[in-house]
Design a protein around this ligand. Structure first.
Ligand code: P53
Length: 508
């Protein structure tokens, strides 16, 4: 029998799950919380979403006009991120269910607009600060270390509307103050911090990722978010500086805390052995590595110069920025890993990023999820090796998971063998990576409790081991259930990842 004594995982490996404030909390207007961009991300059904494979994600097309309309007439929209799963009121019960699997870590984020309702207020909101005190205390009581993202896709609305989000240095300053405030408040309670969630997603989702709202051109000629590389790379620079400033503050305020980055890792394969296709992989890799290179190595990588020069991209910097980036490098690297991508040569010597999160070219060797995301456990091992080789920093898996349209019974149970298989296969490859010598210290399953999807605001794209009785329109009792995968993950954690067998799952 495989037990913890045969495990290849470090003894204190952090098994657990990951969430984000905007996808679980709800209570969007309670206790002084200000509005955030995520409060305007409308529900997009799976049917409506069918056409988007290979295109930028739907919320990317949020324009100023749509936002203003939703602000004036919220009743015309289904806005699930305002409801979440009511974690704000039910966190004790929900955390307890997660701790029941033996979680050692709970990844969550702080809602910036709960702490500073406008993002840049003179004083923080004590009710918001007190809420997270309770959540962290509860995590510790249950034996879970909180790992906390400062900003996970929820820029305060005021900063988005008045300053264009991270297009402005005002937002950078506001972020630094927010970060400093929470580092001081939670010193000793939070050991692991992350700066921005999936910082590279500005390339595809500047609204969601960076609070950028652009006006609709009205003549229907183009999507204002398409291309626009000058804006996106300026925003990236501003977020790098904001991230580095947070790292520096964190180290000053709490020398025992560690702070990491978070990259949506895109592992690319060439479509054929043609050297040109492999060259395209190199290009796309650069667009992805750029983010972790700056955050982990502290400087702009050599390969961006030519891309910026030949595409007429000019980054405006303030004096001291390069020094800030150099000093503010992260202590560890984290990624989300969901899938791999296929690259075909586009015929350009200096191409632009592909601007898509879901690969348009199908990999015939891989199955896909119900949402068309390729499932590639071996790609996970490959990507972990690539990252470790590049940075030699400890790695934490901030996200990995499978969204599925679970058919829950009246107890919230489903025999989700597909999720069990996804988890088993990815942990198996994670173990291989660790045997390869990669330093990984934790693994957080995305959405260990059903929550609102980021890309489409669906709840019916369920990721959880714990189910929540709520539908896409907010109907339901919010009662929790335990899926079959709950008992599998519990067993896996109890053996510290040694026992991956799926045929002796005990439902208790
Ligand atoms: P959802 C796209 C591709 C890969 C990861 O995504 C992504 C996205 C954005 O939707 O985002 C991360 O909920 C993100 C989470 C998100 C999760 O992946 O669209 O950090 O907030 O929920 C899964 O299925």
């Amino acid at each position: 029998m495989a037990d913890a004594s045969t495990s290849v995982f470090p003894k204190d490996f952090l098994w657990g799950g990951a969430t984000a404030a905007n996808q679980i909390e709800g209570a969007f207007d309670e206790d002084g919380r200000g509005l955030a961009t995520s409060d305007f991300a409308p529900f997009i059904s799976r049917e409506a979403n069918r056409g988007y494979e290979g295109n930028p994600l739907p919320h990317n097309s949020m324009t100023l006009e749509m936002l203003q309309d939703a602000l004036e007439h919220p009743e015309n929209y289904n806005l699930p991120k305002r409801r979440g799963i009511d974690f704000y009121h039910r966190f004790r019960e929900q955390l307890e269910a997660l701790a029941g699997m033996g979680f050692k870590v709970f990844r969550m984020s702080i809602s910036w607009s709960r702490i500073f309702p406008n993002g840049d207020d003179a004083e923080p909101n004590e009710a918001g600060l007190a809420f997270y005190d309770q959540v962290f205390d509860e995590c510790h009581r249950l034996g879970m270390e909180p790992l906390v993202t400062l900003c996970h896709f929820d820029t305060p609305l005021h900063l988005a509307l008045e300053y264009g989000g991270f297009q402005s240095r005002h937002t950078v300053d506001a972020f630094e103050r927010y970060a400093e405030t929470v580092f001081r408040r939670y010193k000793g309670k939070v050991k692991y911090w992350l700066t921005f969630n999936e910082i590279n997603n500005v390339l595809t989702n500047p609204f969601t990722c960076s609070g950028v709202v652009l006006p609709d051109p009205h003549d229907g000629t183009h999507n204002p978010y398409k291309g626009n590389w000058q804006m996106k790379y300026q925003v990236s620079h501003n977020q790098f500086v904001a991230s580095a400033k947070a790292v520096i503050k964190c180290h000053e305020i709490d020398p025992n805390a560690k702070i990491g980055n978070m990259l949506c890792r895109l592992e690319n394969y060439a479509e054929t052995p043609k050297p040109e296709d492999q060259l395209q992989v190199l290009f796309e890799d650069h667009f992805n590595w750029f983010y972790s290179d700056v955050q982990a190595k502290g400087e702009y990588p050599y390969y961006m110069k030519r891309f910026f020069d030949e595409n007429d991209i000019h980054i405006e910097m303030e004096p001291g920025d390069l020094e800030t980036l150099r000093v503010g490098t992260v202590d560890f690297v984290t990624i989300s890993y969901y899938m791999t991508y296929i690259m075909r040569y586009k015929g350009e010597t200096v191409p632009k990023p592909s601007g898509s999160l879901v690969t348009a070219i199908k990999n015939p060797y891989l199955k896909v999820s119900q949402w068309g995301w390729p499932i590639d456990p071996i790609g996970f091992r490959i990507t972990l090796n690539h990252i470790y080789d590049r940075y030699h920093l400890p790695i934490f898996i901030s996200e990995n998971g499978l969204g599925a349209n679970d058919q829950l019974d009246e107890n919230g149970y489903v025999e989700d063998d597909y999720r069990i298989e996804y988890l088993r296969a990815h942990v198996e490859q994670l173990a291989e990576a660790i045997k390869d010598g990669v330093d990984v210290f934790g693994y957080a399953w995305w959405g260990p409790i059903d929550l609102v999807s980021s890309g489409t605001s669906e709840i019916s794209k369920r990721y959880g081991f714990v189910s929540v009785d709520i539908d896409d329109y907010g109907n339901g009792t919010l009662k929790l259930g335990r899926k079959k995968s709950y008992y599998y993950y519990k067993k896996l954690i109890a053996s510290n990842g040694a026992d991956l067998s799926t045929d002796d799952i005990v439902m208790e």
